[in-house]
Design a protein around this ligand. Sequence first.
Ligand SMILES: [Zn+2]
Length: 368
Amino acid sequence: MKRVLLLLLFISLFGCLGSLETASGDQALLTLRQQTIMQYTRQGRLDSDTREKIFAAADATALQALISKLDDAHLNTLPVDGRVCMAKLKEMVAIGRRFSGSPGMDEQRKMLVKYFEGFGATVVEQSFNARNPLTKQPVESVKMTNLIVQWHPEKQARVLICAHYDTRPFPDNDPIVANRKGLFVGANDGASGVAVLCGLAPHMGKLEGKVGVDFVLFDGEELVYDNDRDPFFLGSTHFAREYAALPPTYRYSAGILLDMVGDANLQIYQEINSRRFAPQLIQQFWATARRIGVKEFYAQTRHEVRDDHLPLNEIAKIPTIDIIDFDYPSSRHRETYWHTTEDTVDKCSAVSLAHVGCVTLAWLQSIQ
Ligand SMILES: [Zn+2]
């Protein structure tokens, strides 16, 4: 996604952590403790007992062991398995570069098709050619493939849950200039949305109501080497144009786009374009989060994001909202991991992925 207008809305939700300074001991413990307190506060999991245990940990190793235990116990209570999401996220990241047309993208596509088919989905590959933005390359066009993962394809009333599955070619927003031609693995920006879809897959066969679901994985969200020159959203634009020009017998009544939903410091605000295009869907989705007790969804706006939901709203006329956490890792950090070499697995968490998956699943169940 691109051209984000950062609203100068200052949120000081966590300005009351003063007691942290009283702790003694090594810096690693202090840092981990602070991070954990923040995360658990955001997740609504910091009861007094948990807080006591966190402060009782003697060193960073002991605290890490405690966190693993607490997280595991929490994950066991959730319908969507965050460990499955995280395992798939790691599998995608381990492939390395996955930009459109790259061998890594090919490998990832095959892996995902097999995975979703394993849960009984019908997977349609929607391929098209796009001009290679690197016009000096010998290959002039890049083959793009959107994946349309259909559950109960016979149902005529449908919704779509989508995510881009390509990654940016380079970490060109890295603060260190020398890194900008390095490796970008896109753990959050790229893999996280797809990872949530992977966690939802085991549940989809059991959705027995009247509404069918398609997962749509977009290629070409950002085959972008130069923000001012290269077009974004190639896959979603192609998908939206096909839907508008050759209307299928079924209709999509709503779309949910998942992008950058893996941040361990999850904080999801209502994205401004989404609220403009699909205000009712925003209300429904946030009401679902509130109902099932997922606390990281805030009912305020913060960022305006241009993303794959724009072609779906503007061309296909499918009311679609972007579920995105653009404060990566948090609004308290001046530097972002977005489009940098820091967008790695360790910045993401199984709990965040599971929470987004749980809201999405509960919403899908509520519209049946
Ligand atoms: Zn991006």
